[in-house]
Design a protein around this ligand. Structure first.
Ligand SMILES: C[S@@+](CC[C@H](N)C(=O)[O-])C[C@H]1O[C@@H](n2cnc3c(N)ncnc32)[C@H](O)[C@@H]1O
Length: 346
């Protein structure tokens, strides 16, 4: 028997998440909600443990129910019945403290607090019917988290597999770079770059080292270089790499990406999250940096240049001018910004 799991990911990289889920979990993709950051897959139970090895997902939840729900207050009765009839009693019992986490997107006559209240009552009623006792509620440290999402006219009821913390927030962020990239997006950049194990991979504006660390997880025998002009960020990146247990795999350099040829000779791919310019004050300044950096990079890179940036127009123009073919241009969500991932190939 297969178990349906809802995975959440960064909006814009659902296809890469689906590929990774299929390959690592031997799962069948049931649905990919492009732009919504959701993938539903049927997973063999023996592979549920492997979910924590996925680099492209934020959360994973066992799906108990997915169906329609309307927006009027009376429809909260549908929610109550649905939860009572679901397989909730497999996961909650009178000895396990549980919590409801409710999310609502769209326009409804009820709030997410209403959803949480009705869902909580329904779980208690279902357990009391079966055991004659009610389960304890613990909103701070629950053993079981029941997630109820109402997204427009869709209702999802699921059980959180990884606790309250999203997978991408775990682990190695000892040094918090002020403009850090989500590790799931770093994974996406590396996948889209076409880099292969054994390639020399350079992030010349590496900040806290997210791309370099993800590269070390992904490729066992690649040379990986993490460079930034700010020595403080390089010290931070070293701390993060130590926490990620990949420190010996990465070479760290303090250097200026606009003078790249002073620091590195040939590399196969550049994968980077350059500054978006918001912190540099003037868009002209940041564009100058991009143009100079891409001109230098062209003389050193053999395969591809992959950048995530809001300055996509400048990047595409500069890549083309330097003889690169644009093979990927996609928009992703990153916080409240919508940068593009651009890949230039030889
Ligand atoms: C958006 S941040 C990178 C964040 C990084 N991806 C992370 O997850 O921590 C951009 C970085 O580019 C660096 N930078 C800006 N101009 C540079 C230049 N000319 N040469 C090298 N690094 C530069 C900044 O110091 C900053 O750390």
């Amino acid at each position: 028997m297969l178990i349906d799991v809802v995975f959440t990911t960064n909006p814009g990289i659902e296809d890469l998440a689906s590929e990774e889920i299929e390959a690592k979990l031997e799962a069948n993709i049931v649905e990919q909600r492009t732009g919504k950051g959701r993938v539903i897959a049927s997973v063999p139970p023996r592979n549920l443990d492997l979910i924590e090895t996925l680099r492209s997902i934020h959360r994973a939840r066992i799906l108990l129910y997915r169906g329609e729900i309307c927006g009027s207050k009376e429809c909260l009765n549908t929610l109550r019945d649905t939860i009572r009839k679901s397989q909730i009693t497999r996961y909650v019992n009178p000895h396990l403290p549980f919590a409801i986490r409710a999310e609502r997107v769209g326009s409804h006559d009820y709030s997410s607090l209403d959803i949480a209240r009705v869902a909580g009552d329904a779980v208690i009623e279902a357990i009391r019917d079966l055991y004659g006792e009610r389960p304890p509620v613990d909103l701070d440290y629950p053993s079981v988290i029941v997630v109820v999402d109402v997204i427009d006219n869709e209702l999802y009821v699921s059980i959180e597999l990884g606790g309250d913390l999203s997978w991408h927030r775990r682990g190695y962020r000892i040094y918090d770079h002020p403009a850090a990239l989500k590790p799931t997006l770093a994974y996406a950049l590396l996948r889209l770059s076409g880099a292969e194990d054994g390639d020399t991979i350079l992030d010349p504006m590496c900040g806290g080292g997210t791309v370099a660390i993800e590269a070390a997880y992904l490729f066992e025998s690649s040379n990986i270089i993490c460079m930034d002009k700010n020595p403080r960020h390089i010290e931070g990146a070293k701390l993060n790499a130590k926490a990620a247990l990949v420190y010996p795999r990465i070479k760290f350099l303090v250097g200026d990406a606009t003078r790249l040829s002073r620091y590195v000779s040939r590399v196969d791919v550049i994968v980077s999250n350059p500054p978006y310019g918001i912190r540099m004050g003037s868009p002209w300044e940041v564009r100058k940096v991009y143009n100079k950096f891409l001109e230098e990079a062209t003389t050193l890179v053999s395969k591809s240049i992959t950048l995530i940036t809001t300055e996509h127009v400048v990047v595409k123009e500069s890549l083309r001018k330097n003889g690169w073919r644009i093979v990927e241009d996609r928009v992703v969500a990153h916080g409240n910004l919508h940068p593009h991932i651009i890949v230039g190939s030889r």
